[in-house]
Structures are given as C-alpha cells and as structure tokens.
Design a protein around this ligand. Structure first.
Ligand code: SF4
Length: 443
C-alpha cells in the first residue's frame, strides 16, 4: 500500500477484498440517487430488512425525477413498515428541491447536499464517497462503534465532545485513494465483525492494536446514551366502519409522529365516544367495541393505543341484525376494554369487580375475543348538533377511496372512507395497518 493509505485503511481494504459484501442492491450501479436512498433507508434499520423495501422503491422510483414527481402518498405507501417516516417525507421533499434547484442532478458538493432535507454530514459524505470516490469521511452508527473501540474513546457518541473527536478520527483514517472501497469496508466491519454484542475480534484486521480488544473491554465502547425516563402517552383510535366495511381514515399533519400517513381519527381514551362521533363527524354509532390495546414504541416515548371499533349506520338510525340477533338502534355507548380498565363513556354506570361496565340505557351485545360491545338506546340529535349527510352523495377518488361528504366534520384535516382493501395502497401508520389486517381477518 502507498502513502495514500492510513494504517487502518490499508488493512480494511485488504480485508474487504476477501470478506466484504459486494452484492447488495445499492452496490450495483451506485449512482448518487441510488446511494442516497439506500443510506436513508439504512438509518436505524438492518440491511436484511432494507433490501426488499429498497428494491420495491427502485422499481417504482427508478430515478430522482420519478421520485420528485410522485405523490407523497405513493412514497409513504412503499415506506409502510420501515418506520421513521420523516425519512420518506424528507426524501420526497429533497428530490423536489434537486429537481427544481439543481436541474435534476444530485449536487456534487458536501455543503449543497447537507442543505437538502434529511441529509446530514455522514450521509452526504457517504453519497460522495460511494458514488464518486470523493474523499469525505463518514460517521454512521457502525463506524462510530469501530472507532470508539479501536481508539478506546469513552463517552456517548451522541454527545458533542465525543462526536467531534470521532469526526477527527474518521477524517484522519479516510485514505486519498480507493475511498469508496474504504468507506464500504469500515461500514461492513462494523456491521459484520465489530457488532454491538460479542464482536468477532479474532477475525478482525484491526485486532493487533485495537484498544478495546487489548483492554478486554469491548462491551464498554461505545458508552450507551445516558438513561432517562421514557415518557408514556395514551390515545384512542376511533375505527369508524360503515355497513359496507369502509373505514374512516384521517391524514395526519405533515410533521410529528406518523406525519403525512393515514391513521384512524383519535380522541382521548376517556372521551365519550358517542359525543366525539357526533360532534366531529356527524355520525351516530350503532355499537362501539373496545379492541385489545396496542403498545407502540417510539424513540422518545411509548404510546398505548386503545382501538375502538365504531359501527355506524345508515341514516335511519338502525343497523342490520345478524342471524339470531335483535336489530340494534344507533347511538354511542359505554365501552370497557378487555382488561376492564378503560372507560369511554361518561354515561356508564359503575361496574363491580370483573363485571363489564354498562351504559345506563344499554345492554351488553357481545363479548367476543376479549372485547366487550355495548349498544344503547337511540338518542336524537339536539338543536345545533351535527348530523351526517346523505350517503347517496358519495364519490369515488382516483385512488379508490370514497369521499363521503361528511358535512359536519368539525376539525381540519383530510378524512376519507376507504373501502375494504383500498387502504392498503396508501401510507398507513404501523398500528393502523395491523388493525386493518386484523379486521379483515375477523370479518
Ligand atoms: S478488534 Fe474487536 S473490538 Fe476492535 S475493532 Fe476489531 S472487532 Fe472491533
């Protein structure tokens, strides 16, 4: 190896030639666009998970122009299940910026790349190094782990002081030649040998002078994020379903959790479901059923979701009865969760231990799969209360969704009825996808 190579670069490049991964989909024809998409997908996500998503994404959006011109819903639809949806939104926004301000070609400079939504210094370095061979260091999670161990760098890498040290080391180790190979090699080393638990040091080309190996303290590096209490939040999903099986979905605001994805409308877990349905949507529930709660983890908090299936009738205030069942009148009801701990109606009477809670005018209708369903007597809308518009005026959207004129929707945001099966083609929050699949199975 010539002077162009730092001590570890030479070893890593030789190791990569024999053991590195060379057939990953994004390594074929590594254009800046293809590398960029792979780098974004690989953030926080394993290679084995990303491969299928990446190939589907490239089939649908083979180049930057296709991505920039696509509706956001199509992008989010292909991202469903991959998580961290801000990545998809930023990818889409950045593609439009490149189309509009850079003539459709990814810029070659680090600063211009970092100015694009969702591209940080490491991602920009990886795009330039892997697609052009330009000399730029990278510092993704794998590289941080390798450098922390090799140099014995203490402290959490998310801390500014530690991160600056690691950037200095990354810069020092990046060779002047074969930058793309070196970059791939150090990422591969972190992904395959210098793994988080039980690194395979005996096979590592850096073993001879690795500080962590010498100390026998691989588990000490990198130091974990300082512990803090994870906040806990709760919400209820209102799963409004019409007699034809269509579900009411609401597009979430573009920022925040599940930004831009379709979700069930939400309310407070202790809200009066009937009142919410009437005031927000102008519909009267026929029955409400509390489904099993879902626990969903985000990076910064945990979310407990209480799904409530709300069957809504036609306007005559009644719903079709199943075989052997009495015809049920519409109107909301009290609901208890499967553990008996959740209450959704302010009109419910107290229940004894182990008993379902009952609405004052209602009766238990069903008790299946651990959930309890109640119906109650019909309640007419009072003066000034909101009512659902005639179902005869429904229209069908280009994506198969049915736009029902919910004339009395009080909140802003987009609401649509999705017939069974149609929701699968749009971007859905992960728990929503699970619930829709569960409903389809149970129907
Ligand atoms: S010797 Fe072990 S700890 Fe050190 S870089 Fe190699 S795999 Fe990581």
């Amino acid at each position: 190896m010539s002077d162009a190579f730092t001590p570890i670069a030479g070893r890593l490049i030789r190791w990569y030639a024999r053991h590195g991964r060379k057939n990953l989909p994004w390594q074929r024809d590594p254009t800046p666009y293809r590398v960029w998409v792979s780098e974004i997908m690989l953030q926080q996500t394993q290679v084995s998970v990303v491969i299928g998503y990446y190939e589907r994404f490239m089939t649908r959006f083979p180049d930057l122009a296709a991505l920039a011109d696509a509706p956001l819903d199509d992008v989010l639809g292909l991202w469903t299940g991959l998580g961290y949806y801000s990545r998809a939104r930023n990818l889409h926004r950045a593609a439009a910026v490149v189309r509009d301000r850079h003539g459709g070609a990814m810029p070659r400079g680090l600063d211009a790349l970092v100015a694009l939504p969702g591209i940080g210094r490491s991602t920009a370095g990886a795009i330039l190094a892997l697609s052009h061979g330009d000399r730029h260091p990278i510092l993704d999670g794998n590289v941080k782990r390798v450098l922390c161990r090799y140099h014995g760098v203490g402290g959490w890498p998310g801390e500014g002081r530690v991160e600056r040290t690691l950037w200095t080391l990354a810069e020092r180790h990046t060779p002047r030649e074969q930058v793309a190979v070196y970059t791939q090699a150090i990422m591969d080393l972190g992904a395959t040998l210098c793994v988080r638990l039980r690194p395979l040091c005996a096979m590592c080309p850096l073993e001879a002078d690795c500080a962590a190996r010498r100390e026998g303290a691989q588990a000490k590096y990198p130091a974990p994020r300082p512990r803090r209490e994870t906040p806990h939040r709760e919400t209820a999903f209102l799963m409004l379903r019409d007699p034809g099986g269509a579900l009411l979905l609401e597009r979430r605001p573009p920022v925040g959790i599940w930004g831009g994805l379709w979700c069930f409308p939400e309310c407070e877990p202790d809200a009066d479901v009937e009142a919410v349905c009437r005031s927000r949507f102008g519909v009267r529930p026929a029955t409400t059923t509390a489904l099993a709660p879902i626990a969903h983890g985000f990076t910064h908090f945990k979310l407990d979701v209480y799904p409530i299936l709300v069957e809504v009738d036609d306007d005559d205030g009644s719903t079709a009865a199943g075989p052997g069942e009495p015809r049920r009148h519409s109107s909301g009801a009290a609901v208890a969760g499967s553990d008996g701990s959740r209450r959704y109606s302010s009109g419910a009477a107290a229940a004894g231990p182990g008993e379902p809670r009952r609405h004052s005018s209602g009766a238990v209708v069903a008790d299946s799969d651990g959930s309890r369903r109640y119906s109650s007597g019909a309640a007419a809308a009072g003066p000034g209360e909101l009512r659902r518009s005639s179902p005869g005026a429904a229209a069908t959207g280009s994506d198969g969704s049915r736009n029902r004129p919910l004339s009395a929707v009080a909140d802003s945001g987009e609401l649509r009825w999705y017939p069974p099966g149609a929701a699968a083609s749009v971007g859905l929050a992960a728990p929503v996808k699970r619930l829709i699949e569960q409903l389809a199975r149970d129907r």
